[in-house]
Design a binder for this molecule. Structure first.
Ligand SMILES: *Cc1c(COP(=O)(O)O)cnc(C)c1O
Length: 444
């Protein structure tokens, strides 16, 4: 493999997918289970910054970051060095057998960076879903209550408990039941689809009324919410919604758990999305961008809550793996030294300006925060979801070498999650391609 730096430029030398990708795709169909699918079957060989180079030598602009994971960019040298150095020293001991400093240092960083200046503790896991499962375990343990309240359009993972917490049936839950009991779903604040003018306080009152009537406040262990929904469509609740829900929790002995797996670590222009409204969760789950591409997840919470669980009640073979911890410490150092929260705000402003300039009733909503932005594509009535159009727009971007993703309960949202280190010029080029794809769709 050559180690020439990769130019931060889009460059297509074959059609996409090219011949080498197509050959790999044939091998894949014969070897990999159909249930695990890929949006864009272009096989990647190298990455640097915001560029992915495929096996045919095409350079693609990455506006997806592997679903909000490589915020520090592909191949960040500090991260590569930290992981290489760690794995050379030792790959694994299991923290539950013989501990090591990296795990402790990651817990310290999480306790320092997550919202609130109260005393905290953290526990590390492998995946976002595993962190969410553990947050529920902890909330039930400390409250002695069982009910978990979640929201419409929520996404919390694909394991059995987290499938139950996730809202959308297909593809996540279809034919995979039965699901875990004691999960209750209430309406989210979704300004674009709620009654015009509904405030955050009104949307919170609507949810709280249902919790009290259908579940009973005294039965609820935790209310679990993404402060900005990810897979559900980058739904940003109306101002005041999160604080009102958090306050109701506080008044009723219910733990407020923020799932910041997608929104966390600078993505929304602050360390955590809860910070935008000064909301301090009792428990917070993190994963994705925390370790820049290595699998690592965490639950962080108030010391008295976290320490309520008996010794050996939490854990796992690989949770807080040494290399993943080294990657997290390197990623966090990059986020701090390069002010990636500030970079996310700039990226957000650029995307808003560019996409906000397109005037069409079929761009129903442009929303998000920082470098977590999306457009909801609708029919000419300005409201009915148009998933086919969103799919065509994403497909056109792919054909032109720009990795974008779709999402949303109705499949009609095109989302942007660029690496936070993306150069202004490269982002501009990616947006040119996206705008071209949108204009082509609007003209058809
Ligand atoms: C991705 C995601 C999860 C699940 O994380 P995995 O690492 O895929 O298990 C949970 N919650 C949110 C908000 C996510 O975006």
């Amino acid at each position: 493999m050559d180690n020439e730096p990769i130019k931060q430029q889009r460059n297509l030398v074959t059609e996409l997918p090219g011949p080498n990708s197509r050959a790999l795709e044939a091998r894949r169909s014969a070897a990999v289970a159909t249930g695990v699918s890929s949006m864009f079957p272009v096989y990647i060989e190298r990455g640097e910054g915001a560029i992915l180079v495929d096996v045919d030598g095409n350079s693609l602009i990455d506006l997806g970051s592997g679903i909000a994971v490589v915020s520090v960019g592909h191949g960040a040298p500090e991260l590569v060095e930290a992981v290489s150095e760690q794995i050379a020293r030792f790959a694994h001991t299991c923290f539950m057998v013989t501990p090591y400093e990296g795990y402790v240092a990651v817990a310290e960083a999480l306790n320092r960076l997550t919202p609130g200046d109260h005393e905290k503790r953290s526990a590390l896991f492998n995946s976002g879903a595993e962190a969410v499962e553990n947050a529920v375990k902890i909330a039930r343990h400390v409250t002695g209550r069982q009910a978990v309240v979640v929201f419409d359009h929520a996404y919390h993972g694909r394991t059995n408990l987290t499938m139950a917490l996730t809202a959308k049936n297909a593809p996540y839950k279809d034919r995979f039941g039965p699901f875990a009991p004691e999960i209750y779903r209430v309406p989210m604040s979704y300004p674009f689809r709620d009654t015009e003018g509904m405030t955050g306080a009104e949307a919170a009152a609507r949810a709280i009324e249902q919790i009290e009537r259908l579940v009973g406040a005294h039965q609820v262990a935790t209310v679990l919410i993404e402060p900005i929904q990810g897979e559900g469509g980058f739904v940003v609740p109306a101002d005041g919604f999160l604080p009102a829900i958090a306050e109701w929790c506080r008044n009723n002995g219910v733990l407020f758990t923020a799932d910041e797996i997608q929104t966390g670590f600078c993505r929304t222009g602050d360390w955590f999305a809860c910070n935008h409204e000064g909301v301090v969760p009792d428990l917070i789950t993190t994963a994705k961008a925390m370790a820049g591409g290595m699998p690592l997840a965490a639950v962080t919470g108030r010391a008295e809550i976290m320490d309520h669980v008996h010794a050996s009640g939490l854990g796992g073979t690989y949770g807080g793996n040494p290399s993943a911890c080294a990657a997290a410490l390197a990623s966090i150092a990059i986020m701090e030294s390069q002010d990636l929260a500030g970079a996310a705000r700039k990226i957000g402003a650029t995307i808003q300006a560019r996409l906000g300039a397109i005037n069409s009733p079929r761009l129903g909503d442009l929303r998000g925060r920082g470098a977590m932005m999306a457009i909801e594509i609708v029919e000419a009535d300005g409201r009915s979801p148009d998933a086919a159009a969103a799919k065509r727009i994403v497909g056109a971007c792919h054909q032109a070498g720009v990795v974008t993703l779709s999402c949303g309960s109705y499949g009609n949202v095109v989302r942007l999650l660029p690496p936070l280190v993306i150069a202004e010029e490269l982002l501009g080029e990616g947006l040119d391609v996206l705008v071209g794809a949108i204009e082509q769709e609007l003209a058809s």
